[in-house]
Design a protein around this ligand. Structure first.
Ligand SMILES: *Cc1c(COP(=O)(O)O)cnc(C)c1O
Length: 465
């Protein structure tokens, strides 16, 4: 849904580089427009709108139109995403070919993300519900009957602690930072991007830092806030966000007032192998993208099946995750996609949100005076200007609700019995997010293929040689 994902290639450039391809595209377009003329006689407007060639201004090739016309199906990767593709992105195409548009919500494999990554939890599952969950993740639902079994919840919690100790050791070796495995592990790992809003999380940390300094923290819930993720090489603002988080981490981690209450860690070189240590060690999963921008997300699924609770917006697969685990086991905040659209259409003014929040004003002031950049008032200016300008990611609009919801999280954390039950229900109800389910749906609704029986009695030598 992001503009950079919907490429438009300059026609002259295209013709210089790929003249034969362009001839074929013209032929495809001519046949397509003929179809449209039959369907909408005399309607030149719709022809111009749907043509592969954009003729307004400097001419270009619309890659999304070429793909839509050529494709057998156009699939969205979560219910909200599929809906937005049909209603906002390609409404005329969806009216023309409704049967082409499908939804298959993403999934992740329980082999890597539970069995391999979380051996403690895998063993517990094997003992309690048998081992068939590994190929039939719906079986996880059998955990629900354990939700009030305090003895079992204790064991479930111990598998989490095992994961947190492992990550703590990794953090100490890689960064030298000592973290307490008993603290709430609050994690945002994903590519660094403005739409994913790592800076919203960073601003919230500053607010908590100010509260601790002023002695105005309502609830004492020691937290270790962990980030990981790479920025694309040419993405200046994403690299500045990494610098910003590290600036905050330097101040927080070296202030004795923060000891036992707050730690901030930026994990370098985040990748799948490191993810295998991170997802099982997480208590709180940060899924805080601007509503309407995250197609699905898959990190959200990996966290939930490993018993993390989510703080998140109604975006991507979060919507379905919240419905499956039930709203009382999900920390929801933020504007919905339609509320964001309304804000945008009436002219978004971050200033009106800043004006109404004393905490936000103080957070911005500290950044401005260089408190997180050794007195350098220039370093984070581009970031501040983007937040206070026509920010397409509406960070200021969601700040207060996010901070309030983090307070609800802290209160919930201090009731360990309830927290563990909520965490268990997240694991128990996340079987839908197995990639086995997703692939079966592709087979049925898109590829139209059926399972092929496999003879597993054949000679193993045939494969190993
Ligand atoms: C799962 C995964 C992602 C995707 O994370 P999102 O939170 O869905 O953006 C990115 N990077 C790695 C290494 C992952 O394992």
């Amino acid at each position: 849904m992001l503009p950079e994902a919907l490429e438009k290639w300059d026609l002259h450039l295209f013709n210089d580089l790929l003249p034969r391809h362009l001839e074929i595209i013209y032929e495809i377009n001519w046949r397509f427009l003929q179809q449209l003329r039959l369907r909408y006689p005399g309607d030149d407007k719709i022809l111009r709108k749907l043509s592969i060639i954009d003729e307004d201004g400097s001419k270009s090739v619309r890659m999304a139109h070429l793909a839509t016309i050529g494709a057998h199906h156009i699939n969205g990767v979560a219910a909200l995403h599929s809906d937005l593709i049909k209603r906002q992105l390609l409404p005329e195409f969806a009216e023309l070919w409704p049967e082409k548009f499908t939804n298959v919500t993403n999934g992740v494999t329980p082999r890597r993300w539970v069995a391999l990554a979380n051996p403690g939890l895998a063993d517990l599952l094997d003992k309690e519900i048998g081992s068939s969950w590994i190929t039939d993740m719906k079986q996880m639902e059998n955990l629900e009957k354990k939700q009030n079994d305090l003895n079992f919840l204790e064991k479930f919690q111990e598998t989490k602690l095992l994961g947190k100790r492992k990550l703590s050791n990794y953090i100490h070796t890689k960064t030298g930072i000592l973290v307490d495995p008993a603290s709430l592990f609050d994690v945002q790992v994903k590519r660094i991007h403005q739409y994913k809003r790592q800076h919203l999380n960073a601003l919230q940390i500053i607010a908590q830092y100010i509260r601790i300094k002023n002695g105005t923290s309502e609830t004492k819930a020691p937290r270790t806030i962990i980030f990981g993720g790479k920025a694309a090489p040419g993405y200046f603002m994403a690299k500045l966000m990494i610098r910003f988080i590290n600036g905050i981490a330097d101040v927080v981690n070296s202030d004795p007032d923060m000891d036992g209450l707050l730690r901030v860690v930026f994990l370098p070189d985040y990748n799948v192998k490191l993810g295998e240590i991170v997802y099982p060690a997480t208590d709180l999963s940060e899924q805080i993208s601007t509503a309407g921008k995250e197609a699905s997300g898959t990190g959200n699924m990996k966290f939930a099946m490993n018993g993390a609770l989510t703080i998140g917006t109604l975006d991507g697969a979060n919507v379905e995750l919240r419905e499956l685990v039930k709203p009382e086991n999900f920390f929801l905040f933020g504007k919905t996609e339609s509320e964001i659209m309304k804000l945008k259409n009436k002219g978004y003014s971050p200033q009106s949100f800043i004006k109404n929040s004393d905490e936000l004003k103080e957070v911005l002031r500290l950044i401005e005076i260089g408190h997180f950049s050794n007195g350098d008032k220039e370093l984070f200016k581009p970031l501040l200007n983007s937040l206070k300008g026509l920010d397409p990611f509406f960070v200021m609009a969601d700040f207060d609700d996010y901070l309030n919801t983090q307070d609800i999280v802290s209160k919930a954390w201090n009731d360990k019995k309830t927290w563990n039950k909520m965490a268990l229900l997240n694991t128990a109800r996340s079987g839908y997010f197995s990639s086995d389910r997703a692939i079966k749906e592709y087979c049925k609704s898109i590829w139209k293929v059926v399972p092929m029986p496999v003879d597993i009695t054949c000679d193993i030598e045939e494969f190993t040689n």
